[in-house]
Design a protein. Structure first.
Ligand code: ATP
Ligand code: ATP
Ligand code: MG
Ligand code: MG
Lengths: 340, 278, 265, 278, 265
């Protein structure tokens, strides 16, 4: 009965702290797109990988910017975070503060509409009110790009599609009150809109990316930590890759472990119906889908969300550790992508 | 005869005790019970009326259920405990800094012209402005949370103390200096006591804003606390949980008001002779 | 400066500003008061008596001129010159007892001692039983007596009393006259005593100063060499009173002129 | 002679004007300039010292650049304009509700025992508690934002008015009733004017908290406004933008303090004779 | 109740509570005051004079008993009974002029008229030139005069004056005595006048009531049938004064007894 990944893994060698570093400060969200991280910590995989001499200090955050803020302030070494906060942190520190070293999940964003709004094709969006969770956020950019690709304009640009950035919980309320025609939101909100507010799927975002894969959660590491303690970084990545496998192979169990962790941290678990449905819309992978990260950054910049000058993302990714681990495990390597 | 006199003394003694140690008059209590009962019943009925869906506007019973299930799991008790400790620590720090600072600003024109002008503007800054600085200066720990709480309540206290002192009738200061009071004692023995009725209002404001800031500060990172329970409730769009936390905050507010501020207010009314004239 | 004088006032004046308008309250004033003198000040309402006492107490600065206390230039207030204000100015947050003890406490007298002295003075002003009352629970006259007790407990060398018995009935006033006179005789304090009761001034004072209407100047300086104890009903007191009243009447008669003056300043 | 007298009158007149219409004394101005210059220089130097990375703790120059680029794009001017309108509208509504409510609570024991007890607790609720209710009650529009702003500042004002009135020396009320003042006039002519020095402190607090709530309320949905500029700055980890918005808030706070509150404070000091004794 | 009386007081008493302790300020008191009477109240400090005036003004409720005004039971304060407080109680946010106008404005008198009447009264109390001053800029006696003007402007049927001339010098007081007497003679107001100056009481009153020490009771009721105008220096006034003083002295002598009493209540 292989239940515990730490029991199944192949004798992870304990790492002796090299240069005085005896603590790894890891951060994630109590959110199931971060399930790999949640499970890796809950099962003790990470602790085992870094060895008993090294302390694992885990902090949970509510949102990407706060996590990145803590990382920039030197309070976090490794974090699970979405692509756009990661890019922001990289750009703000002029490429000095962090590196993306692996992926964690993909997918998990849906464009949900009200049946009564009669949105059958892109043209039907004209005159409609569509919500996104945050101006300049991943879904916001996706929506704006989708609108302009289909020959429409947003109200901001003088067009007919009203894009209404507002917080996820408020989107649900407004949806229930029929004040919105649609919303492009991440999980589990998409599922809640479907289940609780009678929405229907207009677009699963996976459908508009090549291979249906696009980066949702990444692992970032502070450059300082990467330089000082590459062994510890490697240990964590190793634990991550192991757990990634476990999550994909034992979906049901991973789901329940992740949900217990979410409950432990936030005091509220997701209802099983929501969890099950939402889980189906997310894919877990150690692959960061680097090219989609860059496309997202490019879109953001074109829409005016990343400053006045095209950011230089040359050193955003550092997959050397990941590939080292993958090689050891005999898994396919990920390709480093160079930004255009 | 002697016994009678003694009895009378005893009776008077008891009367003295009841007036001072039973601070809420029965009348007041009665009024409160009636008021809050009516409020709750009306609210419960309304929540079922269907004007607003009850998952968005739950009634007291739904809120109580949410509260009860949280209590059973120990969430609210532990979360309240954690938050209360932070609140009290932050509030006390604010007091320790705010009272002298307010006194300085009120009595020293250099401070008034410089710091004084800043205070009202700094007070206007939302807690979220202090979060990044808190992490930077203190790291991800309790001190950062306390810092944000202090930033939220400090300026209210400073402003209250300043206004209290500015409104001190100068005759008291004159009388005291004339009786030989100087330096620090002028503050501790005269200016602050004389300004106390107004300062108290500032302290009440500070208390309220310590709460507000605490709720933001606890979002720095997840720990079981009222701030996180509130945020979770909001993140899940769980109106009953949001309102359950609100209830806890309101309950603690009422209790502290009753235990901390109301006795002082009664004392002031007694000493100064303030009383709502008929 | 001459240390024999308890107070020397040299060309001290005070001008208040009311918006842009200057209100001269005290005309430049010269005055010398010997140690141990009991000086009564008389003058019409608003002529600057309280203002002068405030200057001497160090609670306000003169607009010009200077004041010397025991030969040294005056530097702010001090417990050697205690003022009893026209309004009682009791601290509302303290009980009667605590108000009376206040000055002693400031001088770090032992609490036990403070309480004893306060009790003694409260008895002297006939307020036993009101130790625990607050100011708002007292009548006007009672408040004035508490203020009296409060200033006397700290045993200052110079007592500045601004209409201290104004709100007292004749009997209480008589009793306190005797108390004050005894205190003065036994301790040799210098006392400046503002009153509107000319007979009271004559009965108590070594010297009676009459002020002109605003801006105040000393227009008459009477030495009262009558034997003590004097009573308000003594014929010599009554006669001296009549004489001084005459001066005051004349002063008032010219008051309309001086009031014109103010508009020119 | 007549000319001289006239000149004197003129001079006095001018003096009167200068004292009232030139409210900041040169000395004060000088002190402020020195204080803030030193503050800025120290800060700039520190931000380059490398103790904290400059992208987390930018100096005044970086902040000014961010502000300037935002100004050029019109972001700050338009955002400030939108936010100011909301702030003023919300604040005025709070005043209109808060002043009578505070007066009622202070003077009527039924209200005091019931509503009064609620106010300090409601004041402790963070704006985030009001956001869901605002959407529910008003939908996504300006009224919802105003509601949150009002909820943020109302209770401060109520508390200030209540405390002001509670601290009114009863003798003024007695004197007025005795001169024939009754009913509403007792409030408008006696109680409120007499309580005004303390009420003003409550109004200042209310002003500060109107700001704080506005910053939360503007996150209800995205419109170009200071609240959103602040949030965007935070979302993008753009410390310079966060601080630029802080600067705008502080600047507006200083200006309003100077224009709105300081003249009243001076007037009160003149009338009541409050003055820092020497 | 008899409408001929301006005031009828029936067994009215007042007990204050100081913590748990009862302080009887007024013993049950019966008193009838005819319309147009000028009644002076004398009594030791703290005997309950101000308390009685407060009850009549309707600013405080008696602990027992009842009060009738012109035959009708008293219902709260009203501009027919105006009280001049022992402390001046000027409104600090109003100028002198606005303070004096205050009562008239409350009665919706035209602003022009208000201002005229106020000016007139300010002249009568000799405060012209201080119209724009605030209370804190006045001397104690000036404040008292403003308060006097403020209560007289509204021309009440019953005037309740609590030591109105206490802080005034002899000359100003003389002048205001004459003003007040003239006002009373020409308008037939009912006046209750508290003073500590026995001669003042005799010189002004139709009737002088002497109160016992606390709790206050009327222990003597003198009719003063002397011809008017009277002067403080008239021999008949002085003799009557001496007689009343005697009563007061005796009252005080027994005061220690009455003070014991309070502890039993
Ligand atoms: N703070 C002030 N501002 C402006 N004028 C003032 C101030 N204090 C006093 N005055 C003016 O100074 C003059 C003298 O006042 P002061 O109080 O010394 O008189 P006084 O002789 O004590 O009178 P009284 O016998 O009535 O108490 C008065 O005309 C008064 O108006
Ligand atoms: N609010 C109060 N609370 C308690 N006791 C009070 C209160 N007001 C007055 N007293 C008491 O009532 C008694 C009578 O006071 P009142 O002011 O009537 O005296 P009075 O005759 O006017 O004296 P004075 O001549 O000194 O003004 C006093 O002993 C006083 O202590
Ligand atoms: Mg005076
Ligand atoms: Mg009295």
């Amino acid at each position: 009965t292989p239940s515990n990944p730490s029991a199944t893994n192949t004798a992870a060698p304990a790492i002796q702290p090299t240069s005085g570093t005896s603590v790894v400060r890891l951060a994630y969200f109590p959110n199931f797109t971060h399930a790999t991280g949640l499970v890796a910590v809950a099962n003790g995989t990470v602790q085992k990988a870094i060895g008993s001499n090294t302390k694992l200090d885990v902090k949970s955050f509510n949102a990407g910017p706060a996590l990145i803020e803590a990382l920039l302030a030197g309070e976090i070494d490794i974090g699970y975070v979405g692509p756009s906060p990661a890019i922001n942190g990289y750009v703000k520190s002029k490429g000095s503060a962090l590196r993306i070293i692996a992926g964690a999940s993909s997918g998990g964003a849906l464009f949900v509409v009200k049946p009564s709004a009669n949105i059958k094709s892109a043209k039907d969006l004209a005159g409609k009110k569509i919500a996104t969770p945050q101006k300049g956020g991943t879904q916001d950019i996706a929506l704006r790009k989708y609108v302009s690709q289909n020959g429409l304009k947003t109200a901001d640009e003088g067009g007919t599609v009203t894009v209404l950035p507002t917080a996820n919980p408020d989107i649900l309320t407004l949806f229930k009150q029929n004040q919105l025609d649609g919303a492009w939101v991440p999980e589990p909100w998409a599922t809640r809109l479907l289940q609780e507010a009678g929405g229907e799927v207009f677009i699963d975002e996976r459908a508009i990316w090549p291979d249906g894969k696009f980066s949702t959660t990444l692992i970032v590491v502070s450059t300082k930590f990467l330089k000082q303690s590459p062994d510890l970084v490697k240990a964590v990545v190793k634990a991550h890759v192991q757990t990634d496998k476990f999550v994909r192979e034992n979906a049901a169990e991973a789901k329940s472990i992740a949900n217990k962790e979410i409950e432990r941290i936030t005091s509220a678990a997701l209802p099983n119906v929501v969890l099950d449905a939402a889980f189906r819309n997310v894919d877990f992978s150690y692959d960061p889908y680097a090219s989609t990260v860059l496309v997202g950054a490019d879109d953001a910049f074109k829409l005016g969300f990343l400053g006045d000058t095209q950011p230089n993302l040359d050193n955003l990714f550092d997959f050397s550790v990941l590939n080292e681990v993958l090689k050891e495990q005999g898994l396919p390597l990920v390709k480093a992508v160079v930004s255009k | 005869m002697a016994t009678l006199a003694k009895n009378n003394l005893l009776l008077r003694g008891l009367k003295g005790i009841t007036t001072t140690s039973n601070p809420i008059k029965r009348e007041t209590l009665y009024r409160r019970v009636v008021f809050f009962s009516l409020l709750f019943v009306g609210w419960e009925l309304f929540s079922h009326s269907g004007v607003w869906p009850d998952y968005l506007f739950p009634g007291p019973i739904a809120i109580a259920q949410s509260l009860w299930s949280g209590l059973k799991k120990g969430l609210y008790i532990y979360g309240t405990w954690v938050s209360m400790l932070r609140l009290i620590a932050g509030y006390v720090i604010s007091l320790l800094i705010g009272v002298p600072l307010g006194a300085l600003i009120a009595r020293n024109k250099y401070f008034k012209d410089t710091l004084g002008a800043l205070v009202i503007s700094l007070q206007a800054l939302p807690s979220v402005c202090w979060l990044p600085l808190a992490i930077l200066w203190f790291g991800l720990n309790e001190r950062a949370i306390l810092f944000v709480v202090v930033m939220g309540s400090l300026f209210s206290i400073v402003l209250g103390v300043e206004s209290g002192i500015n409104n001190t009738p100068p005759i008291y200061v004159k009388a005291a200096r004339n009786l030989g009071t100087t330096g620090l004692r002028l503050y501790t023995r005269v200016i602050l006591p004389s300004a106390f009725p107004i300062i108290l209002a500032g302290l009440k404001q500070g208390w309220a804003f310590a709460w507000r800031s605490l709720m933001s500060a606890e979002l720095l990172y997840f720990t079981l606390s009222l701030g996180n329970l509130l945020q979770t409730g909001r993140d899940l769009n769980d109106a009953a949980q949001v309102m359950a936390v609100m209830t806890v905050i309101i309950g603690i507010g009422l209790a502290f008001n009753q235990l901390l501020f109301a006795p002082f207010e009664r004392q002031i009314a007694n000493r100064w002779g303030f009383s709502p004239s008929k | 400066m001459n240390g024999d004088y308890a107070l020397q006032i040299q060309a001290a004046s005070k001008v208040f500003y009311n918006g842009g308008k200057a209100i001269p309250a005290l005309a430049p004033l010269d005055l010398e008061i010997a140690r141990g003198e009991f000086v009564c000040l008389l003058g019409t309402s608003g002529c600057g008596k309280s203002t002068l006492l405030n200057l001497i107490a160090g609670l306000d600065d003169p607009s010009s001129g200077s004041i010397y206390v025991n030969g040294a230039p005056l530097k702010g207030p001090g417990p050697d010159r205690v003022m009893m204000f026209q309004e009682a100015a009791l601290f509302p947050w303290l009980t009667v007892q605590e108000n009376v003890e206040f000055g002693l406490r400031q001088q770090n007298v032992a609490p036990q001692k403070c309480s004893e002295i306060a009790k003694l003075w409260l008895e002297r002003v006939n307020l036993q039983g009101f130790e625990k009352a607050y100011a708002h629970q007292l009548s006007g006259g009672m408040r004035q007596r508490v203020a009296l007790a409060r200033s006397l407990t700290i045993d200052p060398a110079i007592l500045l009393m601004d209409e201290p018995f104004g709100a007292l009935d004749a009997m209480t006033r008589d009793r306190l006259h005797i108390e004050l006179e005894n205190l003065w005789l036994s301790t040799g304090k210098t006392i400046l005593f503002v009153t509107h009761n000319v007979r009271e001034a004559v009965a108590l004072g070594d010297r009676v100063l009459v002020f002109s209407p605003r801006p105040g100047r000393v227009i008459a300086d009477y030495k009262i060499n009558l034997p003590r104890p004097r009573s308000l009903e003594d014929l010599v007191v009554i006669n001296k009173t009549a004489e001084i009243m005459q001066t005051l009447r004349q002063a008032i008669a010219s008051s309309s002129v001086s009031q014109e003056l103010e508009w020119q300043l």
